[in-house]
Design a protein around this ligand. Structure first.
Ligand SMILES: *[C@@H]1O[C@H](CO)[C@@H](O)[C@H](O)[C@H]1NC(C)=O
Ligand SMILES: *[C@@H]1O[C@H](CO)[C@@H](O)[C@H](O)[C@H]1NC(C)=O
Ligand SMILES: *[C@@H]1O[C@H](CO)[C@@H](O)[C@H](O)[C@H]1NC(C)=O
Ligand SMILES: *[C@@H]1O[C@H](CO)[C@@H](O)[C@H](O)[C@H]1NC(C)=O
Ligand SMILES: *[C@@H]1O[C@H](CO)[C@@H](O)[C@H](O)[C@H]1NC(C)=O
Ligand SMILES: *[C@@H]1O[C@H](CO)[C@@H](O)[C@H](O)[C@H]1NC(C)=O
Ligand SMILES: *[C@@H]1O[C@H](CO)[C@@H](O)[C@H](O)[C@H]1NC(C)=O
Length: 293
């Protein structure tokens, strides 16, 4: 038994010696050429903003916005992220070869002038933990395939021109802690599938065109007990504030202003004992602030 184990270990280290160096040479090339291809698809001015993107090794040639980690074991640097904020990059994601960038953990292109659709091929970047395309001009729907990004921790799409429904598949992204979708034109109901997301801490759906009631089950889903920040302000939500929100015991911020919510403020809200800011103005709420509050 232990002999077998030893042989396997020995074989695997020979495998490493033989094959890792060739992978090390090949991989940056794939990623570099994918990045250069995307750069070439951007408008002229944007290309000049990325003038540091030349050569074949984004890590060692210090490409703007490219992050990498040194994998000592493999004796190589691995590109793991793009973070280009506020550079006024203009162009689309159509020519982004997401398959070549499948090992990336982070893609942050916030505060630029990118446009076009968030294409379903984004799901090829299956290792993504952080996806931030906020403050651009992206349009179209959030592709339902996005639910396949199972490792995603933070999804930030604030302030674009996205339309359509929040995809149901979001309920499959069980590692999500932050969902920031405010400032778009999203329609439809707030989904019950959000109750699958046990790690959610921050949810901002404000400034959209969401309709219907706040799912009454929201607080009965004990899974949501980590939520600290819940912003559903400036939509077209109707119905009453579910008393079960009082179950969200870690809630600090609850913004429901500028909707069409009716009924009264449920006394059970006192259960959200950490609440420090609750804004409910510009609704159709009647009655008084409960004495328990
Ligand atoms: C990249 O940056 C490192 C550290 O700042 C520096 O030592 C190196 O010379 C730079 N490489 C190039 C090609 O500019
Ligand atoms: C941003 O880029 C667009 C198009 O490339 C250009 O028209 C605009 O002037 C730029 N804005 C700034 C602030 O540089
Ligand atoms: C992912 O990449 C592969 C290989 O390039 C491609 O065939 C596939 O269509 C891509 N997936 C999506 C959803 O675009
Ligand atoms: C939304 O993004 C656009 C484009 O980047 C910008 O002009 C606008 O000021 C932003 N709005 C808010 C509320 O941040
Ligand atoms: C979810 O997060 C946990 C803890 O950080 C991690 O062990 C797990 O691999 C993640 N799941 C996916 C699909 O990335
Ligand atoms: C969630 O993932 C499961 C398993 O891959 C799949 O069958 C299901 O259709 C997904 N749900 C949604 C809403 O995409
Ligand atoms: C959540 O709140 C509702 C209404 O206040 C209550 O009936 C229910 O028992 C609570 N559920 C949990 C899991 O605490």
């Amino acid at each position: 038994m232990s002999l077998t184990v030893a042989i396997i270990i020995l074989l695997s280290s020979i495998y490493n010696l033989l094959f890792i160096p060739s992978l090390a040479a090949a991989q940056p090339t794939n990623e570099a050429s994918a990045l250069l291809k995307w750069k070439a698809s951007l408008d002229k001015q944007s290309q000049s903003l990325l003038s540091s993107w030349t050569g074949s090794n984004p890590c060692h040639d210090n490409w703007t916005g490219i992050g990498y980690s040194d994998r000592a074991a493999a004796a190589k640097s691995v590109v793991t992220s793009i973070r280009i904020q506020n550079l006024n990059l203009s162009g689309t994601l159509s020519d982004l070869d997401t398959w070549s960038l499948r090992n990336f953990e982070s893609l942050d292109l916030s505060f630029n002038s990118l446009y076009g659709h968030i294409l379903s091929k984004i799901v090829n970047m299956s290792g993504l933990k952080y996806l931030d395309l906020s403050h651009n001009y992206f349009s179209g729907v959030i592709p339902s395939e996005i639910g396949m990004l199972r490792s995603l921790d933070k999804l930030h799409l604030t302030n674009n021109s996205l339309i359509g429904h929040i995809p149901n598949s979001i309920g499959n992204m069980t590692n999500l802690t932050e969902v920031l979708l405010s400032g778009n034109s999203l329609i439809g109901f707030i989904l019950n599938s959000i109750g699958n997301l046990r790690k959610l801490v921050r949810v901002d759906l404000s400034r959209n065109k969401l309709t219907g009631p706040i799912p009454p089950k929201i607080g009965t889903m004990s899974s949501l007990k980590n939520i600290q920040y819940l912003d559903r302000s400036s939509n077209y939500l109707t119905g009453a504030i579910p008393s079960s929100i009082g179950n969200l015991t870690n809630l600090y911020f609850l913004y429901l202003y500028s909707n069409q919510l009716s009924g009264s403020i449920p006394p059970e809200l006192v259960g959200a004992r950490d609440l420090i800011d609750f804004e409910i103005g510009y609704n159709l709420i009647t009655g008084t602030i409960p004495i328990t509050f």
